[in-house]
Design a protein around this ligand. Structure first.
Ligand code: GLN
Length: 484
């Protein structure tokens, strides 16, 4: 068995049998980054092996002990740069560990580097990283998705078994679907945001990329839980999210299919038929399938557009050259220093979002934009709540089309923003979801679909996703050219 595509579970068995040490495992994956990441661009930095080993605890009873992972560059790791793929924070070194990092270190994971992403997690392709683009390992002329394209590309190419990402509108699930792997977005408040550099705080949530459902549940079991440093975290007991992974569906499971999503205008026909095949498979495994409608979903990308920009404008006001990151040295007045610093250090997309955010919040416009967006958000919550009165879970495509070519939407911003079409309502309503692979197009591009559940239904989502995954072969397929 190649170590490159081994699951966390298989790697743990090797460590337990002493067939390999964790230092050797780290060395192995470090070499894979050296060999393959020149063309993939998934990491902004891979740390020196010695320093990785000295930055972790060792908890031999943990299922993650000695397992290397990659962290999106908007999550703070003590004594490491956290740049958010922005020039603004290129010299920002975190003085503390995010809560998730603390937990992962306690469990003995080896945090080997910083994953590339869109600047401040704003984008759907990782083309807005201020440092370099990331590429899709299945087809190097295409994007890996965004904003967490680095995390997903690295996991898909077998450079690392798991990676953390962050979700505001779909940044873990979309890259997962584009790269043929698993991506989860937990219930808002299940995972602490302490140490996650904020984009839109009411939507932000840390998520997980892995190649299998089991591994994903394993990492969530480590990072979930209440945190005194994040008052929006929920009071939940420590849970082992792998415990329902029996390969069977829950007795009497009813799944709703969002009809207006599957039949949305502009939907790629191959993506649609692969999603339909996944639904048929779940039905053959015993699920009851019901067609449902969620009319407000059609407005979710627009709603997300307004709410995310509004919050971004306020969150990013702190980057003014005084407290964090870069400072313009030539300015003569304080005001000029603020302006020059922000002008020089933010990329075009980030600046556009700050402008739009301030506009939709401004006195003359707030009622028309921000307040209306909040009304639609409330409607969305109500519609979803009503739906979950009748059904256990929902299925929805993750993507409208397969991964697009690098540069395809450079001049078509609307298409870029519409990438959130099927994912953003999950963030706007705070519910959990997972994207899992459901096949390949004729061009051999991976496709994923989402399983979505009510608040804190992670166990049921994982159980269902696992049963589906185990009855398919998609998770065993890997991009060519990344063998040892
Ligand atoms: N594509 C979305 C955006 O650009 C997703 C971002 C995210 O989830 N971080 O805002």
């Amino acid at each position: 068995m190649s170590l490159a595509f081994a699951t966390i579970k298989q790697l743990r068995e090797k460590l337990a049998k002493k067939e390999i040490t964790s230092a050797e495992l780290l060395s192995y994956f470090t070499k894979r980054f050296e060999k393959f990441d020149g063309k993939l661009g998934s990491a902004l930095e891979i740390f020196d092996e010695k320093s990785v080993l000295s930055h972790t605890g060792s908890n031999n009873s943990s299922e993650l002990s000695g397992i290397p992972g990659l962290i999106k560059d908007n999550i703070c790791q003590k004594d490491r740069v956290a740049s958010c793929s922005s020039k603004m924070l290129e010299n920002f070194i975190s003085t503390y560990d995010a809560t998730v990092i603390q937990k992962l270190k306690t469990d003995g994971t080896l945090l080997m580097g910083r994953a590339n992403c869109d600047e401040f997690a704003m984008g759907s392709s990782t083309e807005y990283s201020a440092y370099k683009k990331a590429y899709n390992p299945w087809d190097i002329t295409r994007v890996p998705g965004g904003s967490g394209g680095g995390s997903a590309a690295a996991v898909a190419a077998g450079l690392v078994p798991w990676a953390l990402g962050s979700e505001t509108g779909g940044s873990v699930r979309l890259p997962a679907a584009f790269c043929g792997i698993v991506g989860s977005k937990p219930t808002y408040g299940l995972v602490s945001r302490y140490g996650l550099i904020a984009y839109a705080s009411s939507l932000d949530q840390i998520g997980i990329n892995t190649r299998t459902v089991y591994d994903n549940a394993l990492v969530l079991s480590s990072i979930a839980g209440n945190d005194v440093n994040d008052s929006s975290t929920l009071n939940v007991e420590k849970t082992d999210y792998t415990k329902n992974l029996t390969g069977k569906l829950k007795e009497g499971l009813t799944i709703g299919i969002i009809d207006n999503a599957l039949n949305a205008e502009g939907m790629d026909q191959e993506v649609k038929s692969l999603t339909q095949a996944a639904i048929d498979k779940l039905e053959s495994l015993g699920a009851k399938i019901k067609l449902v409608k969620m009319p407000s979903m059609d407005y979710s990308a627009a709603t997300y557009f307004i709410i995310s920009r509004a919050e971004a404008a306020s969150n990013l006001a702190r980057f003014d050259g005084v407290r964090y990151g870069l400072r313009n040295k030539g300015a003569k007045t304080l005001n000029e220093m603020y302006c020059q610093t922000r002008k020089d250090s933010f990329g075009t997309e980030v600046k556009a979002r700050i402008l739009i955010g301030n506009y939709v919040l401004s006195a003359g416009q707030a009622a028309e934009y921000y307040e209306n967006a909040q009304k639609v958000q409330r409607l969305m919550r109500k519609e979803l709540n009503d739906l979950f009165g009748d059904i256990d879970l929902l299925i929805c495509p993750t993507q409208a089309a397969p991964a697009f070519k690098i540069g395809a939407f450079a001049k078509d911003k609307l298409q870029m923003d519409l990438q959130d079409y099927f994912t953003a309502f999950v963030n706007l309503t705070g519910v959990p979801a997972i994207s899992i692979p459901c096949g390949f197009t004729k061009d051999k591009l991976p496709v994923g679909f989402q399983i979505i559940g009510p608040h804190l239904s992670e166990e049921l989502i994982f159980q269902t996703a696992y049963a589906y995954e185990q009855s398919t072969e998609w998770h065993k397929m890997h991009p060519a050219g990344y063998e040892d």
